[in-house]
Design a protein around this ligand. Structure first.
Ligand code: N01
Length: 479
C-alpha cells in the first residue's frame, strides 16, 4: 500500500519530507501551507538584516548541498531562494496548496485514516506529518495601552516594509536574536532608537565571511572540500558549543569569550554593565552577532532597562518616564510551547492533543504520541537545539518517518506504545538535569510551568543515532 500523506507546512521540514517521499516514488502526498509561498520562517521573517546564525553550508539539506552560498552565514533572501529552488528542482509545486491552513485533523477509527479539514472542506489521509515549526506564531506582549499608540507598530516577524524609518524615533521592545539582527540596520536609518531590554543576552561574535566566486568554484569543483567544510562546522558545534550547554569542557571558556566580545565592542562601563548577563551562559538562546553591540554604542541609540509600564499614544512609558516614539517594533518572540496549537488534533478515543499536552507537550523522539496513530511530527517537542543546525534534526526525523511508512504499509496504522513514551520521558528528564537551560532564567525553551519542552538535551549526533531506524517494538500496529 502507498500511504497518502498530508504534510502541514512548506518550510524546511515539510519540503524535506516531500522530497524524500518523491525520492521513494511516493507521489500521493499533499502539502498544506497556510502562507502564500514556501519557506516557512524564511518567508515570514523579512526584517532588515534577517539571516541565519548557523553556517549555511550546514544549515541546508545534506542531499542538496548548495555550493553557491555567497556568505558563510546567508541572509534571508538567499535562504528563501534555496528553499524555493528545492521546491522547483524536486517538482513539489503541483502538490503544494498555498493559502490553505489546516484547521483540524481527526483520526477516524472506523476508517483508520485522518480527516484533515481546511476552509475548502475535509479530505482523508492515511498519514499526517506536522511540519509547522516551533517559531511560527508571533507573540505580542501584553502591555497596557498598546492599541492606543498613534504611530505604526508591528512584530519583527511581520515587518511592515511600508513604514519608512528614516529619521524617525523608533522603539524596539525585546533584544533576542531577531532584534540583534535588525537593530544595526534600524539604528542606521532611524533618527533615534530606544532598545527596551528586559534581560541582557549572552552574545558571541559571528565570524561571517564572503564566499567569493573563486571559493564557490572550488566548492563546486572539489566535492570533498564541500563535505569537509560542512563536517568541520558540524563537529565544531558538537564538540565546542554543545559542551558549553551540558557542563562540558567549554562551560567556562565560552562565557569568557562572550565577555571579551562585550569588552572589545562596548567601551562604556555603564552600558557594559547593562549588557552583562547575570545567569549562566546558554540558559537562554545565545545571540550570535558582531553588529549588535556596536549599534548599541551609537550616540543616537539608548538601551533602556527601566520597566515598561504602558504604551501611550506618543511612545513607551517606563518607570522612569516617557520615551517618545513614532514607530514601535515588537521583537518579542514567538508562542513556542503550544506546538500544534493552531490546529485541533483529535486522536483515538476522541482524545484532543491540546488536552493530552495540558501539562506540557511531549512526543516519543519528538515525533509520535500515544493514541495518535500515523501522526508524525517534525521539529516537535524536545527537538530544538541550542548549538547546531535544525535542518540536521529535521533530516533525522524525516528518515525515521520514512522508516515508519515502510512498516505501516505492511502492518496497518501504527501508534507509539505508552510504555515506550514513558521510557522516553524518563530518559529526556534525566538528560535534561545536566543542561544549563534548567538554570534560573526565563526562555522560550520552557513552557508556562517552567519545563523545557522545546529542546533536545543530547548532542545532534546522539539524536541521529536513536532515530536511525524505527523500533517496531515501540509501536502498536492496528493491521
Ligand atoms: O525572540 P526571543 P526572537 N516586555 O524570544 C522580550 C530564532 N532565531 O524573535 O528575555 C519587554 O529570543 C524578551 O525579554 P526576556 C532563535 O532560536 C534564529 O528574538 O524574556 N520585553 C526578549 O528579549 C531565537 O532564539 C535566528 O526578558 C519583552 C525578546 O522580547 C528565536 O528565533 C534569527 C516582553 C524576545 O526574544 C526567537 O528569537 C532570529 C515584554 N512584555 C531568530 N515580552 C537565526 O539566525 C518579550 N520580551 C537562526
Amino acid at each position: 500500500m502507498r500511504p497518502n500523506v498530508a504534510i502541514i507546512g512548506a518550510g524546511f521540514g515539510g519540503l524535506c519530507m516531500a522530497i524524500q517521499l518523491e525520492k521513494a516514488g511516493i507521489r500521493s502526498y499533499t502539502i498544506f501551507e497556510k502562507g502564500a509561498g514556501v519557506g516557512g520562517t524564511w518567508r515570514d521573517n523579512t526584517y532588515p538584516g534577517a539571516g541565519c546564525d548557523i553556517p549555511s553550508h550546514l544549515y541546508s539539506f545534506s542531499f542538496e548541498r548548495y555550493t553557491s552560498w555567497t556568505r558563510r552565514y546567508a541572509a534571508q533572501p538567499e535562504i528563501l531562494r534555496y528553499l524555493e529552488g528545492c521546491a522547483d528542482k524536486y517538482g513539489l509545486r503541483p502538490r503544494i496548496r498555498l493559502n490553505t491552513a489546516v484547521t483540524s485533523a481527526v483520526f477516524d477509527e472506523s476508517l483508520g485514516r485522518w480527516r484533515v479539514a481546511t476552509a475548502a472542506g475535509e479530505e482523508l489521509f492515511d498519514v499526517v506529518v506536522s511540519a509547522v515549526g516551533q517559531l511560527n506564531r508571533p507573540q505580542l506582549p501584553d502591555i497596557p495601552g498598546m492599541s492606543t499608540f498613534d504611530g505604526a507598530s508591528f512584530h519583527s516577524a511581520r515587518w511592515d516594509h511600508s513604514v519608512d524609518l528614516a529619521g524617525r524615533r523608533v522603539a524596539v521592545i525585546g533584544n533576542g536574536s531577531s532584534a540583534a539582527q535588525f537593530i544595526p540596520e534600524v539604528a542606521e536609518a532611524a533618527g533615534h532608537l530606544d532598545v527596551f531590554q528586559r534581560t541582557p543576552n549572552w552574545v558571541i561574535p559571528k565570524p561571517d565571511a564572503v564566499f567569493g566566486p573563486r571559493m564557490r568554484t572550488a566548492l563546486r569543483r572539489v566535492p570533498f572540500l564541500q563535505r569537509a567544510y560542512r563536517e568541520w562546522t558540524y563537529r565544531y558545534a558538537e564538540n565546542t558549543l554543545y559542551p558549553a550547554l551540558s557542563g562540558g569542557w567549554t562551560t567556562d571558556l565560552l562565557p569568557k569569550h562572550a565577555l571579551e566580545h562585550l569588552r572589545n565592542q562596548v567601551p562604556d562601563p555603564v552600558l557594559r554593565a547593562k549588557l552583562t548577563p547575570d545567569y549562566p551562559f546558554g540558559c537562554k538562546r545565545v545571540v550570535v552577532d558582531s553588529g549588535f553591540y556596536p549599534a548599541l554604542t551609537r550616540p543616537d541609540v539608548d538601551v533602556v532597562t527601566d520597566r515598561i509600564v504602558r504604551i501611550l499614544p506618543g511612545g513607551v512609558e517606563t518607570s522612569a518616564g516617557l520615551h517618545e516614539a513614532d514607530v514601535i517594533v515588537y521583537a518579542t518572540g514567538f508562542e513556542t510551547s503550544g506546538f500544534l496549537a493552531s490546529i485541533e488534533v483529535t486522536g483515538r478515543e476522541g482524545r484532543h492533543l491540546a488536552e493530552e499536552w495540558k501539562d506540557g507537550a511531549e512526543a516519543y523522539l519528538g515525533i509520535a504520541v500515544p493514541r495518535f496513530p500515523n501522526l508524525f511530527m517534525l521539529y516537535g517537542p524536545n527537538t530544538n537545539l541550542g548549538h547546531n543546525s535544525i535542518v540536521f534534526m529535521l533530516e533525522c526525523q524525516v528518515r525515521y518517518i520514512m522508516g515508519c511508512l515502510a512498516h505501516l504499509a505492511s502492518r496497518g496504522p501504527m501508534e507509539v506504545r505508552p510504555e515506550a513514551m514513558a521510557t522516553w520521558r524518563q530518559s529526556v528528564g534525566r538528560a535534561m538535569e545536566g543542561m544549563v537551560w534548567q538554570a534560573g532564567c526565563t526562555s522560550w525553551y520552557k513552557n508556562e510551568a517552567g519545563r523545557v519542552t522545546g529542546n533536545w538535551p543530547g548532542s545532534a549526533s546522539a539524536y541521529r543515532r536513536i532515530t536511525r531506524t524505527p523500533r517496531p517494538e515501540a509501536f502498536h500496529f492496528a493491521g
